[in-house]
Design a protein around this ligand. Structure first.
Ligand SMILES: Nc1nc(=O)c2c([nH]1)NC[C@@H]1CN(c3ccc(C(=O)N[C@@H](CCC(=O)O)C(=O)O)cc3)CN21
Ligand SMILES: CC(C)C(=O)C(=O)O
Ligand SMILES: [Mg+2]
Length: 276
């Protein structure tokens, strides 16, 4: 059982200075958050990837603020010492500052995470600054930003030419300037991730962005092979195959039910008094 003092944005920034890598994983419910915490994870992300891995959508676009609040509530009931970040869903932080602060406020009050995450750079810098001024820590997210998949045209490596790379570098600096305390870097080359990491004082947390980042994040269902039996993406290392374990367990159960091998005497209550 892990029992540590709660992590804070201040400590996360100090981890970069001290060269201590930040471990981050997504989780979407009570048991997964509890297991991640017991395993010693630093940061839990209630990612909008729940649209893919929990709700069965093709993209994160259909995920709503209510979806994220519902799952964040479950995660924060379990995560008492991990730092919990919740994704702001598609288009919930692109209206007026008032509307954005209303959405951020609902998520913070109802879901009780320590922080929110937003995709984008210079375009959302003023929004990030407004949230930080309101007392809400914001994690940025650059590189492949899945909420913009229809604009990008697919889930591709980002920052491949000088113009795109320069934009990413400026985005990272703008987020730092706006008061973000960390930035997820998704699907960028090793050298570009290393350069961005060296140019800002806040930690970068990579996914498909090399070991040069200050931390790493993966989707729970990807690293544990929990769910659709598809080829793992290049950026994923699978550490367990719980999908196989679950399939095996359930098929044994089905076999036992069909052959009347379950339940056995030990699973059943005996009482004759009702006859009298
Ligand atoms: N299960 C899951 N894992 C994720 O990491 C994830 C989601 N869902 N949903 C939201 C976004 C989408 N993400 C994705 C989706 C696809 C690739 C992918 O197919 N990447 C290719 C590289 C393509 C290229 O070479 O440009 C790969 O082979 O890894 C990567 C990240 C990351 N996020
Ligand atoms: C892939 C991570 C960074 C994310 O944004 C998510 O899980 O939604
Ligand atoms: Mg996300």
């Amino acid at each position: 059982m892990v029992n540590r003092k709660p992590l804070t944005t201040v400590k996360l920034k100090k981890m970069k200075q001290d060269g201590i890598p930040i471990s981050m994983i997504t989780a979407y419910d009570y048991p997964s958050a509890l297991l991640a915490q017991e395993a010693g994870i630093d940061v839990i992300l209630v990612g909008d990837s729940l649209g893919n891995v929990v709700l069965g959508y093709d993209t994160t676009v259909p995920v709503t603020l209510d979806d994220i609040i519902y799952h964040t509530k479950a995660v924060t009931r379990a995560a008492t010492s991990c730092f919990v970040v919740a994704d702001m869903p598609f288009m919930t932080y692109h209206g007026s500052i008032d509307a954005t602060l209303g959405n951020v406020g609902r998520l913070m009050r109802e879901g009780l995470p320590q922080s929110v995450k937003m995709e984008g750079g210079i375009e959302i810098a003023a929004t990030v600054a407004a949230c930080v001024q309101a007392g809400v820590p914001v994690m940025g997210h650059l590189g492949l930003t899945p909420q913009s998949v229809h604009q990008i045209g697919g889930f591709y490596v980002q920052g491949k030419n000088a113009v795109q790379a320069q934009k990413l570098i400026e985005d990272a600096k703008a987020l730092e300037q706006a008061g973000a305390y960390a930035i997820v870097l998704e699907l960028v080359s090793e050298s570009l991730a290393a350069y961005i990491t060296s140019q800002i004082s806040i930690p970068t947390i990579g996914i498909g962005a090399s070991v040069s980042c200050d931390g790493q994040v993966l989707v729970f269902h990807d690293l544990l092979q929990y769910g659709a039996s598809e080829e793992p993406k290049k950026m994923v290392k699978t550490y367990a195959n719980i999908g196989n374990e679950i399939r095996k367990g359930i098929s044994e159960y089905v076999k036992d039910v069909k052959s009347r091998q379950f339940p056995q005497k030990e699973h059943v209550f005996q009482n004759e008094a009702w006859r009298e």
